[in-house]
Design a protein around this ligand. Structure first.
Ligand SMILES: N[C@@H](CCC[C@H](N)C(=O)O)C(=O)O
Length: 259
């Protein structure tokens, strides 16, 4: 048994167990422990687990796991990692850190984390639905009343659709237009296999998708866990640069667990 110190963070309700792993106290190949720690009945409970580690060329490295132990880019998790790195004294107000999809810049301003996402070079449209990879894969479906929509049932169906199953599946976002430049988004997340209260890479993909319907940067996004903004430079309908995911993130509690 090992005594592991952890911190619990949330970014618009997407919640994560954070571990300062600069001394390699947690074995990143121990996926059974990742799953146990994230379990809401037998562990701490979280949508994902994040390790903060030293890196020779960047301020830090963020290693992200979904609750089931799989890995991908997490936008909200990255915003929490920036706040955690600031709390640990690794960074001040701005940073460059490494994530699974490459280096990301970020800065803190007025309690919001501004996270620079990777450029997007491909937008796929099929039957009025959209697919965009923003570091993680996202299917986007427009609905009339997202509050009443069965996100879990329809999300599960699309997540395992044949087109996606060959490439590891997809996250699924359901979007309702609220007013000009505002949308309400609910997301079914792969790796959590449930709806989460918000998804950063998801709302980023949605913002780029609605720019094809003449929404302008910054797009304002309402989620069940709070409000986010996404700003971007649209080169054309396929190509986007200078993409920023902007929103709050913070520590909820800290503690230790036996693993
Ligand atoms: N919650 C995340 C996305 C995490 C990764 C996703 N579940 C996947 O496996 O693709 C976010 O805020 O971006």
């Amino acid at each position: 048994m090992t005594h592991l110190k952890f911190y619990k963070y949330q970014g618009t309700g997407n919640d994560f167990v954070m571990i300062d792993n600069r001394q390699f106290t947690f074995n990143q190949n121990d996926l059974e422990s990742v799953r146990k720690i994230c379990d809401r009945k037998f562990g701490i409970g979280a949508d994902g687990l994040i390790l903060i580690q030293d890196h020779p060329d960047h301020d830090f490295e963020m290693v992200y796991f979904n609750a089931d132990g799989s890995q991908s880019l997490c936008g909200n998790g990255s915003r929490c990692a920036v706040k955690f790195a600031n709390f640990l004294g690794i960074i001040d107000q701005q940073t460059t850190f490494l994530a699974i999809d490459g280096a990301h810049e970020a800065f803190l301003e007025d309690d919001l984390v501004h996270l620079k996402m990777g450029d997007v070079e491909e937008v796929t449209i099929k039957n009025k639905e959209v697919f965009i990879n923003t570091g993680s894969p996202h299917h986007i479906k427009f609905v009339d009343d997202v509050e009443q929509f069965d996100v879990v049932q329809e999300g599960k169906r699309i997540r395992y659709m044949e087109d996606y199953s060959k490439t590891g599946g997809t996250n699924v976002n359901f979007v309702q237009a609220l007013s000009h430049n505002q949308v309400f988004v609910r997301t079914y997340e792969r790796g959590v296999e449930d709806e989460t209260l918000s998804c950063g890479t998801g709302v980023t993909a949605v913002s780029l998708a609605v720019s094809l319907k003449n929404y302008q940067s910054p797009v304002h996004i309402k989620t069940l866990g709070g409000d986010l903004q996404v700003s971007f430079n649209k080169i054309n309908d396929q190509k986007f640069e200078e993409i920023y995911l902007i929103g709050p993130a913070g520590m909820v509690f800290e503690g230790s667990i036996e693993i």
